[in-house]
Design a protein around this ligand. Structure first.
Ligand code: SAM
Length: 216
């Protein structure tokens, strides 16, 4: 049974306050973080850390992203209700839950089979129902393209071409790009047949694997 009591809600409100202090302004994004019970994505041993602004292990050598990073990537995408969003790297499902809270239609793809199966079975028990896909998301998911927004939650060596080509016009793609230790956040905006790229300071993600990632 999922327990979400006044203590956890209080910790969540403090986290939202901290994200606001760190520069997150989009009230819809902050409200979504205030609603999603991050602690239920944690193993018992790590539960006390659930509302710290840090990334934590979720098994299989992977992590649930830092709340600031989730908020930052989501804010840059300017999600509108009804947007079709492709997420590369389902992981725990926390980011997908935030996108669903914002009214997006979410397609989320995971490379690691165990994480894919675990999250596909778990997330709907919280009422969050994205389309779960398994496979190499560095190539996107052409069968359901184009997407209004694409979010990559693992660090890529380059901006995957496949993702840019699966973006609608207008559309936005956010992807961390760099080496295996740190990456800059790239925001690619497609508009009137052109693409523009903005970059933001450094982040640290687990590697994007696959054909347009760091291979295996
Ligand atoms: N969005 C996740 C969350 O909210 O918990 C955090 C994701 S974790 C930082 C990165 C995830 O990307 C891992 O689960 C990893 O297995 C996955 N991944 C890495 N390369 C991938 C690829 N080519 N396609 C799909 N998923 C990939």
């Amino acid at each position: 049974m999922i327990v979400d009591n006044y203590r956890q809600r209080g910790l969540r409100n403090k986290l939202v306050k901290k994200l606001r202090e760190k520069g997150i302004k989009d009230e819809a994004v902050l409200a979504a973080i205030g609603r999603v019970p991050r602690h239920v994505f944690f193993d018992d041993a790590l539960l006390i850390h659930a509302y710290e602004d840090k990334a934590f292990p979720i098994g299989e050598g992977q992590t649930i992203s830092q709340p600031y990073t989730v908020a930052f990537q989501t804010e840059r995408l300017e999600i509108k209700p009804g947007d079709r969003v492709l997420e590369i790297g389902t992981g725990s499902g926390y980011q997908a839950a935030i996108l669903l809270e914002l009214g997006a239609q979410v397609y989320t793809i995971e490379y690691n089979q165990k994480l894919y199966a675990r999250t596909r079975d778990f997330l709907p028990t919280l009422g969050y129902k994205p389309f779960f896909l398994s496979g190499d998301g560095s190539k996107g998911y052409p069968a359901k393209a184009p997407y209004d927004k694409i979010i990559v939650t693992a660090g890529a060596p380059v901006i995957p071409d496949a993702l840019v080509s699966q973006l609608k016009d207008p559309g936005k793609l956010i992807v961390p790009v760099g080496n295996l230790e740190k990456q800059a956040m790239y925001l690619v905006t497609k508009k009137n047949g052109k693409t523009e790229t903005e970059t933001f300071d450094h982040f640290a993600f687990v590697p994007l694997l696959g054909e347009q990632g760091w291979k295996k």
